[in-house]
Structure formats: structure tokens, C-alpha cells
Design a protein around this ligand. Structure first.
Ligand SMILES: N[C@@H]1[C@@H](O)[C@H](O)[C@@H](COP(=O)(O)O)O[C@@H]1O
Length: 249
């Protein structure tokens, strides 16, 4: 399902409301959370909703999608730091219910297995929130990642390192590897919301619409999911064919 809004504000309000509805309907929900600039206004809006009308978050569990290898939780560009800065520092989710891949783990294989197993033990994620990379990556699952992958290590593509270089003072500081939830883990979520805003996402969103379900475009795996919503602003939707716009609500 496509939801297309005029502005980033409307996109953020809609997405935050979907998160809030899930938490209210299922107080012990397991939420899959994403980072990136797209999510900043979404989390800001969610915080605003929760301030206006507090909800019990003591049973909520969260799992983040990914993390750079080599960055500590205190590193300002780590996704761990991002999540605490934009969300967790301002919410009362019990610390033991917050899960983030550890970018400094020394036993990577065990850490990956433990991460996917913990999600499966809860019966999969109840809702997975996703952004998208300009090359179609979801989490850090780069093109050609197997659709049946579980949490694993990836070598970041040149494109992704360039895209994400804007957050670092120098391109050479962008890590070369990351940990990410696998595509299979993502697909097992009961509900998936992919958010894209801005004209730098217009091309990939048009490609995603026309693409077959194919490992060259990781996000295309989501097209087989029965409860998948794509939320776009007008700029990210700018290159969608007429057919897609007609399907949009
Ligand atoms: N690993 C993250 C992705 O999970 C995110 O979806 C993507 C888009 O980020 P942005 O929202 O900043 O465009 O960036 C990173 O590479």
C-alpha cells in the first residue's frame, strides 16, 4: 500500500501515529526501529504524541536494525548514540527491553545469532520501521544480500559510504562494515512500514515500484509481504509512474 503526503511533516505524523497505534493496541509489542535522517522527524513527532498523552511503555521491546562495526555506543555517529539522543533518553522503556546490535562485539557470529534468536523467541517483530538507502538497501542489507539472511556482517558499498559520509567529518571515518538484521528477519515482521522523503529518494522509489522481486534490489523483498506500507512525501514520490499514484491512498 502506498501513502503519499505533500510534506515531511505529514509523513512523520502519519508514521508516528501508526507506531503509537501499535503500542496502544499491543503494549508488549516488539518494535523494529530504524535510524537515518528520515526517522528524526518521525521520532520527534512520536515523542510529542507521547508527551501530549502518555502511554505505558514498560512492556514494550525494541530492536534496532543495524550498527556500524567499530563504533562504540558513545560515538556520536553510532546508531546506538542516535537512538538514545532521538528517542530512548526521552522515553521510559526499561533498559533491558532495548536491543541494539553491538558494534564493538568481539564474537560477531554469536552476537548475530543471539540477536536474531531473541527476535524469533518473541515470535518475530510486531512492526518493523524502515528507511531506504539510495541503492535500495534496507537496514544495511546491500544489493545482492540473500533474502533468507539473518543478522549478519556486511561490507558497506561505496555508494552507502558516500551517502552516509555526510554525518562524519571526513569520508575516511565512515566505517567499512556494519551489523544488520537480515532480510528474512525483516520479512518475518508482522507489519512493515518503509518511509522515504526528499528528492534523493525519488529514483530508488520509482525503481522499487517497477522492479521484480530480486536480490539486486534488497527492498524489493518487501513486495511479497502481506502487510507492507510505503510512506512517501511528494518529492520522494515524484518519479513514480501514474499507475502507482492511482494506487496511493
Ligand atoms: N543503515 C541506514 C538505513 O537503515 C537507512 O534506511 C538509510 C537511509 O538513511 P536516511 O534516512 O538518512 O536517508 O541509511 C542508513 O544506511
Amino acid at each position: 500500500m502506498y501513502k503519499i503526503f505533500e510534506t515531511v511533516d505529514e509523513v512523520s505524523r502519519y508514521t508516528a501515529q501508526r507506531l503509537l497505534d501499535k503500542i496502544k493496541a499491543l503494549p508488549a509489542a516488539a518494535l523494529g526501529l530504524a535510524t537515518g535522517s528520515t526517522m528524526e522527524p518521525v521520532y520527534a513527532q512520536l515523542l510529542q504524541y507521547l508527551q501530549q498523552s502518555p502511554v505505558d511503555l514498560s512492556k514494550l521491546t525494541t530492536f534496532n536494525l543495524d550498527e556500524y562495526i567499530g563504533l562504540s555506543a558513545e560515538h556520536p555517529q553510532s546508531y546506538n548514540y542516535y537512538m538514545y539522543q532521538h528517542l530512548f533518553n526521552k522515553l521510559n522503556i526499561p533498559a533491558q527491553n532495548v536491543h541494539l546490535p553491538d558494534g564493538l562485539t568481539t564474537d560477531i557470529e554469536t552476537a548475530c545469532q543471539t540477536y536474531s534468536n531473541a527476535i524469533q523467541a518473541l515470535g518475530g517483530l510486531d512492526l518493523q520501521l524502515l528507511g531506504i538507502g539510495s541503492n535500495g538497501h534496507i537496514g544495511f542489507n546491500e544489493p545482492l544480500t540473500c533474502f533468507n539472511s539473518r543478522t549478519h556482517v556486511v561490507e558497506l558499498s561505496e555508494q552507502t559510504r558516500i551517502d552516509n559520509g555526510r554525518f562524519f567529518t571526513d569520508q575516511s571515518e565512515v566505517p567499512t562494515h556494519a551489523l544488520t538484521l537480515g532480510i528474512q528477519d525483516i520479512l518475518e515482521a508482522k507489519e512493515i512500514i518503509l518511509v522515504a522523503t526528499g528528492n534523493n529518494k525519488a529514483e530508488i522509489m520509482a525503481q522499487l515500484f517497477t522492479s521484480a522481486i530480486d536480490e539486486t534490489l534488497p527492498a524489493s523483498a518487501l513486495k511479497q509481504h502481506p502487510n507492507f506500507t510505503i510512506v512517501l512525501d511528494r518529492e520522494a514520490a515524484a518519479l513514480l509512474p501514474e499507475q502507482a499514484l492511482q494506487q496511493a491512498i
